[in-house]
Design a protein around this ligand. Structure first.
Ligand code: FE2
Ligand code: FE2
Length: 197
């Protein structure tokens, strides 16, 4: 009997100490109270840990990069000529469309964060990480695209590291885009190999 009572008392003490340690989740009343505050901020709640202005600025730079890439790939698509032009042009067009999809994803996220996508042609090249190089031959074009992809890969990687766990939605979106940019770079290397470069 005595040992049974002792066990119950120990169990009760353990349960009480568990209840008083900091809970993993914020109390539901507190979550509800916080959600009601600043509802005009939409998806951005007081629990948002990143620096929103910086994230929006970085996303606008990424948006400019994507648009410059769309324009460069489109130029290359229309200008591709020569014996190997058809398959290379098809690849350029596919990349252009995928960069456009990235630009749209990024714009949407900027709006969710309470910012505005900067789609002004003025200063576009200054905001962009990648350059707009036309290139004369097919191999020149592919090389320039490869350089631009490598720039994009590095800048997305840095953004992903910067965000860490402070804005996991933006980070996951950028990780998805990064994976596609890596595929693009890989495609371009294969094209150069096929052309014997
Ligand atoms: Fe892209
Ligand atoms: Fe790309």
């Amino acid at each position: 009997m005595a040992s049974g009572r002792l066990w119950r008392r120990t169990a009760l003490r353990t349960w009480r100490s568990k209840m008083t340690t900091k809970p993993f989740m914020t109390d539901i009343q507190e979550l509800r109270r916080r959600a009601r505050k600043h509802i005009e901020q939409g998806a951005v709640t007081p629990g948002y840990k990143a620096d929103r202005d910086t994230v929006v600025r970085l996303l606008n730079e990424a948006l400019a990069t994507e648009i410059v890439c769309v324009l460069r790939y489109k130029r290359h698509y229309f200008m591709a000529s020569g014996i190997n032009a058809q398959s290379v042009a098809a690849e350029f067009l596919q990349h252009a469309n995928e960069e456009q999809a990235h630009a749209d994803q990024i714009s949407q996220r900027i709006v969710q964060l309470g910012g505005a996508p900067n789609l002004s042609p003025e200063g576009l090249l200054t905001r962009s990480h990648a350059e707009y190089v036309e290139g004369d031959s097919l191999t020149d074009m592919i090389r320039e695209d490869l350089v631009a992809e490598r720039i994009a890969i590095d800048s997305y990687r840095e953004m992903v590291e910067y965000l860490g766990t402070n804005d996991s939605t933006t980070r996951r979106m950028l990780e998805g885009i990064l994976a596609v940019e890596e595929e693009h770079a890989d495609d371009l290397v294969s094209l150069l190999e096929q052309l014997g470069e």
